[in-house]
Design a binder for this molecule. Structure first.
Ligand SMILES: Cc1ncc(COP(=O)(O)O)c(C=O)c1O
Length: 357
């Protein structure tokens, strides 16, 4: 099989060892004579996977003991609702750094008093707002650490006077995180930690049980903590592949090492964008994401859009079209994207430049 240079934004490239393990487990799961999608989720063999998955999360992110990790279906989009249902009593604040952040705020507004504390909508979310104040009367402050569509990222774990809640869908496990600074971290798996179909939530236990509203059983985080993510049938295949993906992260040397690789990959591509007169990056330089690299044709070269896309496609590049709301190009270079793919894209940009002369 000819491998594509996969820059998809999610679902996206996953580590080969995880895919290989998934193929093997689809045939025969741990010698049970059944496929991983045929075994009971109450079986000992499956419970071992759940345990291993939780332990890998705890180990890789150095999660303190007063937190729980759960896995659920429903996508990160349903977590927008979970967060507000479980934590919003009086007032919540949101940092609006993109479409996903805006959607999270919209869900919270449906539940109670949720306000936008700062926004970068004025410049198509091309930067992370700074210098805003977080009111101390908020139940929580919600941020989106990596803005998948716009290629901006909050790369440091901020100090926050109220409970900090983060959607880390697109940069979880790309760097070490000081989990103790967050009350809740959640995200969809389908970028750095596995296939679509499962979300992770890392929850500081003491934040729960404080709201007065009725919480439907399935929408109460406590249900899933108490039942170790098996109140109902978990998305077994997604969790299996997530476990294998995390094993790969561990084998690569853990998050410090992964981060080093990610920084090197991002630098390679941003350096080319900054050098090549045909392209220009769209995110403010200090806020550039190391996961999603967004760029457009430079002013005066708008006509290269389609030609470059066709040229890149010819060279085996997949998924570099920018999100439909911003246009241009976006290369998602998540953990499992090898530096060889990034180099191939850089070479493609250079060769395309030569053709224009
Ligand atoms: C930052 C961020 N949050 C939330 C979502 C929504 O995730 P889901 O499709 O799992 O609902 C995405 C999807 O790409 C995302 O990038």
């Amino acid at each position: 099989m000819k491998k594509a240079y996969n820059f998809n934004a999610g679902p996206c490239v996953l580590p080969k060892p995880a895919i290989d393990a998934a193929i093997a487990a689809l045939q025969d799961f741990k010698g049970t004579g059944m496929s991983v999608i045929e075994v009971s989720h109450r079986s000992k063999e499956w419970e071992e996977v759940m345990e291993e998955c939780r332990n890998l999360w705890k180990e890789l992110l150095n999660i303190p003991d007063n937190y729980e990790v759960i896995f659920l279906g429903g996508g990160a989009s349903l977590q927008f609702l979970y967060v507000a249902m479980n934590l919003l009593e009086n007032k919540a604040g949101y940092l609006e750094t993109g479409v996903w952040a805006k959607k999270a705020l919209k869900e919270a507004k449906g539940i109670g008093n949720a306000v936008c504390i700062a926004s970068s909508a004025d410049k198509t979310y091309s930067y992370i707002p700074k210098g805003y104040e977080i009111p101390t009367d908020l139940d929580y402050f919600h941020i989106t650490t990596n803005n998948t569509i716009y290629g901006t990222e909050i790369k440091e774990d901020m100090d926050c006077p109220v409970k900090l809640v983060a959607d880390m869908s697109s940069d979880i496990m790309s760097r070490p995180v000081d989990v103790s600074k967050y009350a809740l971290i959640y995200g969809g798996a389908q970028k750095n930690v596995g296939p679509a179909g499962v979300i992770f939530a890392i929850i500081r236990k003491d934040i729960l049980g404080k709201v007065t509203r009725y919480l439907p059983t399935m929408l109460d985080y406590r249900t899933h903590i108490e039942n170790e993510s098996m109140f109902n049938t978990p998305p077994v295949f997604s969790i299996f592949v997530m476990t294998e993906t995390l094993k790969w992260v561990k084998n690569m040397g853990g998050l410090k090492e992964i981060n080093k690789r990610n920084v090197a990959k991002a630098k390679l591509l941003y350096d080319e964008i900054d050098r090549n007169p045909l392209f220009v990056g769209t995110a403010a330089k200090e806020d550039r994401s190391i996961m999603n690299v967004c760029f457009v044709p430079a002013p005066g070269h708008e006509d290269i859009q389609d030609a470059f896309m066709a040229f890149a496609k010819e060279r085996g590049m997949v998924g570099i079209k920018g999100h439909r709301s911003v246009g241009g190009f976006r290369a998602s270079i998540y953990n499992a994207c090898p530096i060889e793919s990034v180099q191939a894209l850089v070479d493609c940009m250079r060769d395309f430049e030569k053709l224009q002369k």
